[in-house]
Design a protein around this ligand. Structure first.
Ligand SMILES: [Zn+2]
Length: 336
């Protein structure tokens, strides 16, 4: 693990360091934050601090730190689940394991990923462990949503809330981890809502990149095409039926940028800066009110698709409306 893994979280790390140095480590924590906020990374860093044998913790050089980095520390146990919920059985196994003393040092750390997906029965089974944990045990529950945990669990844990990061901080993480240009890292960071994991997932997803390109091409095409040509774009939606909402989300983002460009001289808030030329062209091919109207139409179409309306009809209507808006601009120009 490198220092850039914890970019932007120095305040939180300092708080945990001070607790460690002053002997105020408790037995159970909840790391709470939205998906992609960095709960896994931060809990791993915290576990490394707690298990480190060096001076300044984590020293990143001792045997224990290396073992955490290579994910084979015998006293760091991670409970992960491939299923939707965590049932009673893995919690029973954890309870049996926690009775065994640490192999190496003075602590044994348990990280429970997606802890808020523990069934109520599993949480009840876990309560006794939280009430009377062995002296050496530190339990870290990771939770997207605190409401998924019983109040009896929450009240026995110290809650560490993982704050979102700034766009610049997320961009720095993406740039280094995804190994992409700073310009592209900034685009994905702007889409990340302050969640580095989300930004990184988007940056690394070939599928997302392709949808991004294609959704722009469709909008650009619709702004210039005839009605017959516009209907040709239905095929793309039919081929990507399960991704239709995401594609429509992306179309909204392009239009949102075109709207920004039309309304403001401040380009800093444009998300897709790498495609500025195309956004300028979109802004030129639609009027301000038409862009606003198209965004509303897209929102309506998304609602229709989510309520299982006729897919073909919903997309066909939308494409017609967008094409019609482009045509309106073209015909009003030709009459001038
Ligand atoms: Zn160390």
């Amino acid at each position: 693990m490198n220092t850039f893994d914890i970019i932007g979280q120095s305040a939180l790390i300092n708080r945990l360091k001070i607790a460690l140095e002053s002997g105020r480590i408790v037995h159970s924590y909840i790391f709470a934050g939205l998906p992609g906020a960095g709960k896994r990374t931060l809990s791993n860093f915290f576990a490394k601090m707690l298990l480190c044998d060096g001076g300044s913790k984590p020293c990143n050089t001792c045997q224990s730190c290396s073992q955490v980095d290579s994910q084979n520390h015998p006293d760091l146990i991670r409970l992960t689940s491939q299923t939707k919920t965590i049932g009673v059985e893995p919690i029973r196994e954890l309870r049996a394991d926690i009775g065994i003393k640490p192999f190496q040092g003075s602590r044994k750390i348990y990280i429970i990923e997606k802890g808020d997906t523990m069934t109520p029965q599993a949480q009840n089974a876990f309560l006794k462990t939280l009430e009377e944990p062995p002296e050496y045990a530190v339990i870290i529950i990771l939770a997207d949503n605190l409401a998924g945990l019983l109040s009896t669990i929450v009240s026995r844990c110290q809650i560490i809330r993982i704050p979102g990061l700034s766009t610049r901080q997320v961009a720095e993480i993406i740039e280094r981890k995804a190994n992409i240009s700073s310009e592209m890292a900034l685009v994905f960071a702007r889409l990340s809502e302050g969640l580095p994991g989300k930004g990184l997932d988007l940056a690394l997803s070939q599928e997302y990149r392709e949808m991004r390109e294609e959704s722009l091409k469709i909008l650009e095409g619709l702004s210039k095409s005839s009605l017959v040509q516009a209907m040709g774009y239905i095929d793309y939606f039919l081929d990507n039926r399960d991704k239709a909402i995401e594609i429509l989300d992306l179309m909204e983002l392009w239009l949102r940028d075109a709207l920004v460009l039309k309304q403001s001289s401040c380009q800093d808030i444009i998300i897709n800066m790498d495609k500025l030329t195309y956004i300028k062209s979109l802004a030129n091919n639609f009027t301000l009110s038409h862009i606003q109207c198209i965004i509303e139409n897209i929102e309506d179409s998304k609602k229709m698709l989510m309520s299982h309306a006729n897919f073909h009809l919903a997309i066909e209507n939308l494409l017609m409306k967008i094409q019609g808006s482009g045509e309106y601009v073209r015909s009003s120009r030709s009459t001038v």
